[in-house]
Design a protein around this ligand. Structure first.
Ligand SMILES: [Zn+2]
Length: 413
């Protein structure tokens, strides 16, 4: 391969091509006489810039050149894509650092370089950059790693567990998540209060997303009337503890996470232990006493609380994050001050609910949890989102801290 002191392309293999005899028999000898076909395509170094002619090379021909030590291959994908597997001996250089890479800077201008990306578009653009920088023997691998894999060519591990990478590949691709974000989710612990209509979609989607530890608290058993909306459970589990039923469902969905089922209610004697080590708490309860208690505990510990409530076709979602350094942020009690003795609103059993309503609200809550854990997007903190699914109407209401709120006066530092 061409590198510092690598010599002219095609003359002699350098150190990285000197593999074991078995490796040579398997890969090199079979490809020794493979014809090298090259085509040209056009690309622009910069958007709107002049068109530059780029040589394309098929994945098989690129491998043949690589195996013979005739050329260096450079993977120009993002690190999270490279982590899913790369061509053997590939230099991993995402385009922003292409010209600054020390190995590339040490290459002779006539070094044979082959660029590869996911499907061939980014490698063409990167090839244009290298041509503009004075390299003369530059080619783009046609079809990228997709063609490379389809041709059955060897792929080196990118350093990630393949099952882990495959499971989360669709969200790791998002720049807002990436490998670092996925690790954050893996390291997080979320408390979900209630394994019912709201708790079901919340728990299912947080488990699927790879939230590492889900603490789920509920003291109910599964009833047939739950199954119209509580999709964590199943007909065969009627009579089972909801947290045990949820454990079965969540572990079947994602065995890589830890579910901490807690049979019981949230009360003054249990709240501190339940909030211990929690990054975000989610309210999926159906009664006011639990809601106020959870709010007080979250304010004391400065744990963000993602609130949700439903009735009929309507629901509400909010994020309460009343940290000491954000005195303008309200808590749940600022919005709905506790009034002992006032009759609570009827719950789903009394008032009825369309099953998709807690499904929708629960998914909005799960989304807010993921945003908080990843530190991306704009959370609903300071806003109450009111949803009327009978008209598909989503309304945002700005809410502020109440200086007279008794709960907020006990904020954690
Ligand atoms: Zn408050």
């Amino acid at each position: 391969m061409s590198g510092r002191g690598g010599g002219r392309p095609g003359r002699r293999p350098t150190r990285c091509a000197r593999r074991s005899p078995a490796w040579r028999r398997r890969y090199v000898d079979g490809l020794r006489n493979a014809p090298i076909t090259a085509r040209r395509c056009w690309t622009r170094n910069v958007p709107g810039g002049p068109l530059v002619s780029i040589r394309s090379i098929s994945a098989r021909d690129a491998w043949a050149r690589l195996a013979r030590g005739e050329a260096r291959i450079i993977d120009v994908r993002e690190p999270h894509e490279q982590a899913l597997g790369v061509a053997p001996d590939a230099w991993r250089i995402p385009p922003p650092s292409l010209s600054r890479h020390p190995g590339l800077a040490a290459c002779r201008p006539d070094a044979a370089l082959m660029l590869i990306c996911a499907s061939g578009a980014r490698s063409r653009a990167a090839a244009g950059i290298l041509l503009a920088e004075g390299f003369s023997d530059v080619a783009s691998v046609e079809g990228g790693m997709a063609a490379w894999r389809a041709a059955g060519l060897p792929v080196e591990s990118g350093g990630l567990d393949p099952a882990w990478a495959d499971r989360y590949s669709r969200q790791i691709k998002l720049p807002e998540v990436g490998i670092a974000g996925q690790r954050k989710l893996e390291d997080a612990r979320v408390l979900i209060v209630g394994a019912g209509g709201l708790g079901s979609p919340i728990a299912l989607y947080l488990a699927a997303a790879g939230v590492g530890r889900i603490r789920l608290v509920d003291d109910d058993r599964v009833e047939r009337s739950n199954l119209q909306r509580q999709v964590l459970h199943a007909e065969a589990r009627i009579g089972m503890r909801k947290v045990d039923s949820a454990l079965e469902t969540l572990c079947a969905l994602n065995p890589a996470i830890a579910v901490e089922p807690v049979v019981g209610r949230l009360d003054e004697s249990t709240i501190e232990a339940l909030l211990d080590g929690v990054d975000v708490a989610v309210d999926g309860s159906d009664n006011l006493a639990t809601r106020y208690l959870l709010n007080r505990g979250c304010v004391r510990r400065a744990v963000p609380l993602v609130y949700g409530a439903v009735q009929g076709f309507e629901g509400q979602v909010g994020v309460f994050h009343p940290a000491a350094d954000a005195p303008e942020m309200p808590c749940y009690n600022c919005l709905f001050p506790e009034r002992p003795g006032v009759a609570p609103l009827p719950n789903c059993a009394e008032a009825g609910v369309l099953g998709v309503v807690p499904g929708t609200i629960g998914l909005l809550q799960a989304t807010e949890v993921l945003k908080l854990l990843l530190g991306v997007g704009a959370s609903l903190a300071g806003t109450l989102l009111h949803v009327d699914l009978s008209t598909a109407d989503f309304r945002r209401l700005a809410i502020r801290a109440d200086p007279a709120c008794e709960v907020c006066q006990k904020r954690a530092g």
